[in-house]
Design a protein. Structure first.
Length: 171
């Protein structure tokens, strides 16, 4: 499947900067996978410690099934994060800002550089420490929907400001 940006570039239009989604989105899936593994490894011991050997032997299959279910959930969360990462695009071209997210059902926002007023960046404490944030590009009369977990959001912001300077000089 070709990238959205390659399909919508007009004649003479070039992609100048593309933001990426940060690896942080994978942490929930990794955490759940580890939890499932810990349940599988230490669950029988924990049941035996709390309730005795007889109960542990009777519930071993249940603990094993719970472990597999949690591991399956973790794998599903990792798959969702991967699909989100590959299906989200935030691009600055020499003419516009383009945001696209979604895999099968997609949402796209395109804003001409001449209509961009600025950009806001929101960062949580974790986002500040790990280098990700939410980007919102403000346009005249509207804006682009926030894109969460953008890696290096200030790099995107700085590049957008430089593109806006070039746009205003060119007019």
């Amino acid at each position: 499947m070709s990238r959205y940006i390659n399909r919508v570039l007009g004649p003479g239009e070039q992609a100048l900067y593309a933001a990426e989604i940060h690896w942080y989105i994978y942490l929930n899936g990794v955490f759940v996978l580890i939890l499932g593994s810990l349940i599988g490894r230490f669950g029988p011991w924990f049941v035996e410690f709390l309730l005795g050997t007889d109960v542990m032997q009777e519930s071993a299959k249940i603990v094993q099934m719970a472990s597999f279910a949690v591991i399956g959930l973790g794998a599903y969360l990792l798959l969702l994060a991967y699909v989100r990462q590959i299906s989200t695009e935030l691009v600055i071209t020499n003419r516009r800002v383009i945001a696209k997210y979604g895999f099968i059902a997609t949402t796209t926002f395109e804003l001409m550089l001449s209509k961009v007023e600025g950009a806001n960046i929101d960062q949580t404490i974790w986002g500040r420490l790990l280098g990700f944030g939410t980007v919102l590009v403000k346009g005249t009369g509207g804006g682009i929907s926030p894109i969460d977990h953008v890696a290096a959001p200030y790099g995107f912001h700085n590049f957008l400001m430089k593109a806006l300077e070039k746009e205003s000089v060119a007019r």
